[in-house]
Design a binder for this molecule. Structure first.
Ligand code: CP3
Length: 342
């Protein structure tokens, strides 16, 4: 691990000459080079073939110049490794033909042997670390237990995940046993990612913002904290409970090294809520990348000024969208690299 990497310095709270920058979903459909591989191989072939996952992971490093790589994979490899079929349906997203809502379905999920199905992830990490040759750090990741439960119960993407929430509220004990099982598998999975070479890990709680604060305390927070406590002695942890602004204050004193924030909160609000205790990551609205380049440059500068350049990782507030022009993504990254000169 090279301690001069900006990302790792920012996560430790060490002083940096400028903040590091990467983009969630930086390997994806806005890149023509990704589309070439997407036409040739289906989604899980791309994910499960270490050479392809490595090549896709490196694309945004070479093309956009991000300061960190994030492994090309998906959060849904965990339900898959626990024995569920997961399909990625063209223009619809994930589909799980068999959902998980009963005691026997939860008991049937395999927790102890899940890791045997994930060797391809560790192989992709080793290969990617070798190919990166220490140019930039590699971020590993997993979905947070609540977000994984959402897909396991609902069986597909949803705007409100009503079925998943209703399952939690009508069968809280069952929901908690499912969340605990996912947590145990996720901790083992992230530990193996660190052993294989990732420099830090991010936990995506993409749907936690659908919960009230009280429900977050029951169905999301305890599991995020377990994961963070188990991993933080091994590598820095970034928690991204999207939309859960009410959780930032509590999580700012957790074992995590960084917290992700979305654009529904101003940088100042995020700093105030976290008492400037922790490194923050975010929060550019990915749709703003469609604005003219000079406006992107201006907004990036304003965002860095508002968060402050220390204890800060520049990122979007959620994943980049497929219709973003590559030059605009590159302008975002370059605006950060030129920060002091702008
Ligand atoms: O950030 C990166 O570049 C690393 C790769 C990555 C992917 N998925 C690749 C992917 C990461 C970190 C994820 C995480 C993920 N996957 C999340 C959490 C982050 C978020 O966006 O909220 C979620 C909820 C998923 C589940 C998932 N996977 C959905 C809902 C979809 C379909 C939506 C879409 O964008 O098409 C996927 C597919 C997926 N995962 C793609 C990529 C590049 C698109 C696949 C394709 O069409 O080529």
């Amino acid at each position: 691990m090279n301690s001069t990497h900006l990302l790792l310095k920012a996560l430790k709270g060490e002083e940096v000459e400028r903040p590091p920058v990467w983009m969630m979903r930086q390997a994806g459909r806005y890149l023509p080079e990704y589309m070439v591989l997407r036409r040739k191989y289906d989604f899980f072939t791309r994910v499960q073939t270490p050479e392809l996952a490595c090549e896709i992971t490196l694309q945004p490093i070479d093309i956009i110049g991000s300061d960190a790589a994030i492994l090309f994979s998906d959060i849904l490899v965990i339900p898959q490794a626990m024995g569920l079929e997961v399909q990625m349906v063209e223009s619809k997203g994930p589909f799980l033909p068999r959902t998980t809502t009963t005691k026997s379905e939860i008991e049937a999920l395999n927790a102890t042997t899940a890791d045997d199905h994930l060797q391809y992830v560790y192989d992709a990490i080793s290969l990617t670390k070798k190919e990166l040759n220490n140019r930039v750090p590699l971020i590993g990741f997993a979905g947070a237990p609540f977000t994984i439960l959402c897909y396991m119960v609902e069986g597909k993407g949803s705007k409100a995940f009503d079925k998943a929430k209703q399952f939690c509220f009508s069968e809280p004990k069952l929901a908690q046993s499912l969340l605990q099982k996912i947590t145990d598998v996720t901790i083992a999975y992230l530990k193996r990612q660190v052993q294989a070479g990732v420099d830090c890990v991010q936990v995506f709680d993409s749907w936690s913002g659908l919960l009230s604060k009280a429900d977050f305390e029951i169905f999301a927070k305890p599991y995020l904290v377990q994961i963070s406590d188990a991993l933080s002695p091994l590598a820095p942890v970034i928690l991204f409970p999207k939309g859960s602004w009410y959780a930032l204050e509590d999580l700012s004193t957790s074992s995590a090294s960084g917290l992700g924030v979305d654009w529904c909160l101003t940088p100042k609000q995020a700093r105030t809520l976290t008492n400037n205790n922790i490194t923050l990551q975010g929060n550019f609205d990915p749709n703003h990348l469609l604005k003219p380049i000079h406006e992107i440059q201006k907004e990036v500068k304003e965002m860095i000024d508002a968060f402050g350049p220390q204890k800060y990782i520049v990122n979007l507030g959620h994943g980049i969208l497929p219709n973003i022009p590559v030059e605009h993504a590159k302008a975002f990254v370059d605006a950060v690299k030129n920060y002091s000169n702008l």
